[in-house]
Design a binder for this molecule. Structure first.
Ligand SMILES: Nc1ncnc2c1ncn2[C@@H]1O[C@H](COP(=O)(O)OP(=O)(O)OP(=O)(O)O)[C@@H](O)[C@H]1O
Ligand SMILES: [Mg+2]
Length: 371
């Protein structure tokens, strides 16, 4: 899929901007703080109805304005579809084909994007939260079932934590209701874990291939899903559910004492292993970067397999963070395949050689001009 045309109204430092993109490589060049990341963010927000940079959506609206709009025409195999997202002081509205969507979960997934930013290079070493977020954002885009179960899980988790607090403070006494919430949390949690494990297995297959290539056949990359549920229980949703049920029953008192849910997918993690050694503890910086790059490239293939279309790729400042060997690998892998947006303050000679017919946009203080 690709974005043909995008219009921004009062989004971040853009007042009114219409952009016609190339199906191939789009390079956004400009100095610091001119609006390069803001433009990628607009694409990301249009796809996922939330920002990767802030949870306070009012920040996305141009200072001094009340509303912002992002509109785009997205071209897919089945035809082209207009997507629109309005951001206001009280929330957002999403429209597909000019029809407002009551649920964001029916909107998300119409435009698939993969964002690769310098922070992603630290996915291996970063906090578990970064890796959970990665799984949730990627899998939520490619599987509506995942997104729906995750949304329900989060809702019940909030309710359950609130209720644990009430039990702790003796505001409530009824443990039967806690049991109801534990049961629901186990049910949705089991769905989330099962789907994470199965999508990770597929992602691992693609990532292994890429990683092997970049490491010239020397390295075997593996992903391991780390959960309070033992991995021999990953067989089916029901087996995971039974296990979570049991565990919640056995730690009930501790959870009341701590006023929070101590296990479930919101506490799980993802580990990377190269040649049987954990990358976070034993991997060199180069190996960590190769792992991150392999994973991003694998996402492109997985997205294609799951949805039938290649996603749109957003590369924010990553080229300058990769050495020329890895840059070459990345750029060759996406060539003639994926619509790509690259931000940079300047293009190096290596990049200029590798980027075939890019469309170049100059960004200056929230204004875009085509070269
Ligand atoms: N809501 C807003 N309204 C108006 N301007 C904003 C808003 N939010 C951010 N900005 C402006 O956008 C600028 C940042 O733009 P952006 O992050 O896109 O920079 P960039 O071109 O990616 O720079 P760098 O090369 O440093 O990454 C901020 O310095 C700020 O002036
Ligand atoms: Mg930036």
């Amino acid at each position: 899929m690709r974005i043909q045309r995008m219009e921004l109204h009062n989004f971040r430092n853009y007042e009114l901007q219409v952009l016609d993109f190339s199906d191939g490589i789009n390079v956004l060049i400009g100095g610091n703080a001119q609006g390069k990341t803001n433009l990628l963010e607009a694409i990301y927000v249009l796809a996922l109805a939330r920002s990767h940079r802030t949870s306070n959506e009012k920040e996305l609206i141009k200072w001094g304005q009340q509303t912002a709009q992002i509109r785009a025409r997205v071209v897919k195999k089945v035809g082209s579809v207009p997507l629109e997202l309005d951001l206001g002081q009280k929330g957002k509205k999403a429209r597909i084909n000019h029809l407002e969507q009551a649920k964001l979960s029916s909107y998300i997934g119409n435009l698939n994007v993969i964002l690769f930013a310098p922070e992603d290079l630290s996915i291996v070493k970063g906090s578990p939260q970064v890796r959970r977020r990665f799984m949730d954002m990627e899998f939520g885009q490619m599987s509506n079932r995942y997104l729906t179960n995750l949304t329900q899980y989060r809702k019940i988790l909030k309710q359950r934590n609130r209720y644990l607090r009430n039990l702790h403070n003796h505001v409530s006494k009824d443990k039967v209701y806690l049991d109801v919430l534990s049961d629901q949390l186990s049910a949705y949690g089991a769905e989330v874990i099962f789907e994470r494990v199965s999508l990770l297995k597929k992602l691992e297959g693609f990532a292994q291939k890429v990683h092997k290539e970049i490491s010239q056949g020397k390295e075997e990359l593996e992903f391991q899903y780390k959960s309070s549920v033992p991995k021999d229980r990953f067989k089916s949703v029901d087996v995971i559910y039974q296990n979570l049920r049991q565990q919640y029953a056995s730690i009930q008192e501790k959870e009341i004492l701590r006023s929070t849910s101590l296990l479930g997918p919101h506490r799980d993690d993802l580990k990377f292993v190269i040649n049987k050694k954990e990358v976070a503890s034993f991997g060199s910086q180069g190996q960590q970067r190769t792992t991150a790059l392999s994973m991003k490239l694998a996402e492109i293939d997985l997205m294609k397999e799951q949805t039938g279309e290649y996603p749109v790729l957003l590369l924010d400042d990553v080229l300058s963070e990769l050495d020329s060997y890895r840059q070459t690998h990345l750029l060759l892998a996406i060539q003639n395949k994926v619509q790509t947006f690259i931000t940079t303050t300047s293009l190096s000679d290596v990049q200029q050689e590798l980027l075939k017919n890019p469309k170049i946009f100059r960004i200056d203080n929230g204004k875009v001009s085509v070269e």
